[in-house]
Design a protein around this ligand. Structure first.
Ligand code: NAP
Length: 270
């Protein structure tokens, strides 16, 4: 796949300073696509941008932004300025809490929902609009198996990831006719610095069967044209994370699309 032709000219990676976001940034640059790298910490972003410029010779812009801020999207848009964006990757989205719902002040959950729902919604709306007008582009919403239902100690996280799942499915259906690819990449245990910190805090060892960040980025980019869902470690027709495989969920969307077209008697859904 010619990533630059399909998903250039520029990429935006939200949550790029380490782990899977960092891996996406390096691999996208290796395909010749310059990127705007966003995360809270400026220093690791700058170091990564320097590395990418040397390694791949492509431009790299950094923006230290807290994606949980109410005006995060406006800050991202300002940092991107007039660069045309053909690839938006929402990677930031882990649960830093791992606590029961009532064990934290509600502000912790509001921050998580703001970052994982409102900022993703607003950034996706902004970047997808320009992609649709251009007739090409790609959107990856990095997700978690938690998207398939509520789990104790993870309520708001599960809810926010379910939002990402449904948004990605809907946008896959809506934007496909306009040449815009949408994928939600549903991860399981993944070896990221954040997951290592989390396990260390809980006094637990890192599981041996974690996915590697580089593999996640490689598979995510390769699967982007084949959305709306990639369940990590599962074939398209396998269903281990949930009762429905990625293929069955895709078929559900297409079947309802077909029924709607028949019902309204016109090609209103693309
Ligand atoms: N690791 C796993 O085992 C696992 C399992 C399932 C799903 N996932 C998914 O994979 C993605 C990456 O997870 P991760 O383990 O690397 O943890 P993460 O906490 O999502 O961190 C990933 C990146 O996001 C940035 N980030 C986090 N909060 C941010 C904020 N408020 N504003 C701006 N940037 C922010 C971090 O950099 P800064 O700290 O510099 O801001 C880092 O570069 C997430 O969407 C997560 O849900 C991970």
């Amino acid at each position: 796949m010619d990533v630059a032709a399909r998903y250039g000219p520029w990429a935006v990676i939200a949550g790029a300073s380490e782990g899977t976001g960092r891996a996406f940034a390096r691999q996208i640059a290796a395909h010749g696509v310059p990127s705007v790298l966003v995360a809270r910490r400026a220093a690791p972003l700058e170091a990564l941008a320097d590395e990418i410029r040397v390694e791949s010779g492509v431009a790299c812009v950094t923006a230290a932004i807290d994606l949980a801020a109410a005006d995060a999207t406006e800050q991202v848009i300002a940092a991107v300025a007039d660069r045309p964006v053909g690839l938006y990757i929402s990677n930031a989205g882990g649960d830093p809490n791992g606590n029961g719902f009532l064990d934290l002040d509600v502000s912790a959950w509001v921050d998580l929902v703001q970052r994982n729902v409102m900022t993703v919604l607003k950034c996706t709306h902004h970047f997808a609009g320009a992609m649709r007008a251009r007739g090409r582009g790609g959107i990856i919403l990095v997700n978690s198996g938690a998207c398939y239902g509520g789990l104790a100690m993870m309520g708001p996280y599960c809810g926010s990831k379910a939002f990402n799942l449904c948004l990605a499915e809907a946008l896959w259906a809506e934007l496909r006719p306009f040449g815009v690819d949408v994928l939600t990449l549903v991860l399981g245990k993944t070896d990221t610095p954040e997951f290592r910190r989390y396990m260390a805090e809980k006094g637990m060892p890192l599981p041996a069967d974690c996915a590697a960040a580089d593999d996640v980025a490689r598979v995510g980019l390769a699967r982007l044209p084949h959305g709306p869902i990639k369940n990590w470690g599962e074939d398209d027709d396998e269903a281990r994370m949930t009762s429905q495989s990625a293929a069955q969920r895709r078929e559900r969307i297409v079947a309802i699309e077909r029924m709607t077209k028949q019902m309204i008697g016109q090609d209103a859904v693309g």
